[in-house]
Ligand binder design. Structure first.
Ligand code: KIV
Length: 273
């Protein structure tokens, strides 16, 4: 049972207004009920059920194989638990790019079947018609520029985006176009801090950075990355707040050794007649 009442739930207008009020927005990814229960007890404003679940939860090399059914399944697990944070779900690769109708149908599933309060789409001017149609249908939309992992092959890898005057201008133009189309916030991923600062100043809606420096209006990060599940994954922008990889490995190894030594279960963990 949540300790928060419905009236304390974060709304889309509170997220938009946080910018004008100078309040930083904290957001994090989540893909399941176990972690949602813990996040519910923190002050995090916005939870993204990211298609990063492809890498984090499903064992894929990238986000491209993630399907609508995967997103609906994981988003529903998260929204069954969360009451206070605002929940946004990623629209996976090619679930919105084909047509406005396709975007409406699939975003509708994330809201209707999975309980998301908003959806996120990657890309600039090319997805503006979809953004407009979703907003008109009453679905808040988050934009995503910079490194957009669904375009990993076109980008030639996971690289900083927006370096150089032309690329920076294209990103600024895309940000303004998406704002005009109606997004309520914009993720900037792996963007030079100075460019992210200029985009943040130019927009009325909040920017949410990941590897985009301190001037963004908020930050987002992949939950399992800050918890240190993967000791090999250490990009420059990542700060690890825990080392759960070691904690989990040590706990499972100790369990394994105690079972094999016959010391677990002891009398303490056994039932009497
Ligand atoms: O899928 C995801 O987790 C994301 C965030 C990193 C912004 O898109």
């Amino acid at each position: 049972m949540s300790k928060y009442t419905q009236s304390e739930a974060v709304t889309v207008s509170q997220i938009v207004q946080a910018k004008a009020a100078g309040k930083k927005i904290s957001s994090i990814t989540c893909y399941d009920a176990a972690f949602a229960r813990l996040i519910e007890q923190t002050g995090v404003d916005l939870v993204l059920v990211g298609d990063s679940l492809g890498n984090v939860m499903l064992g894929y090399d990238n986000t491209l194989p993630v399907t609508m059914d995967d997103m609906v399944h994981h988003t529903a697990a998260v929204t069954r638990i969360l009451r206070r944070p605002f929940v946004c779900a990623d629209m996976p690769f090619l679930s919105y790019n084909v047509s406005v109708e396709q975007a409406l149908t699939n975003a509708g599933r994330l809201v209707q079947e999975a309980g998301a309060q908003a959806v996120k789409v990657e890309g600039g001017a090319s997805v503006a018609p979809q953004v407009k149609a979703l907003v008109q249908a009453g679905i808040p939309v988050m934009g995503h520029l910079g490194l957009t992992p669904q375009s990993v092959h076109a980008m030639g890898g996971y690289r900083v985006q927006g370096r150089g005057a032309d690329a920076a201008k294209r990103m600024m133009d895309d940000a303004l176009t998406l704002q005009e189309a109606g997004i309520f916030s914009l993720v900037l991923e792996m963007v030079p801090a100075e460019l992210a600062g200029r985009i943040t100043e130019a927009l009325k809606i909040p920017t949410i950075g990941i590897g985009a420096g301190p001037k963004c209006d908020g930050q987002i990060i992949v939950l399992h990355d800050i918890l240190g599940f993967d000791e090999e994954f250490n990009p420059k922008f990542l700060k690890k707040y825990a080392n759960l990889g070691k904690v989990v490995r040590d706990a499972v190894s100790t369990y394994d050794q105690e079972v094999k030594a016959g010391s677990f279960p002891s009398a303490e963990h056994s039932f009497k007649d």
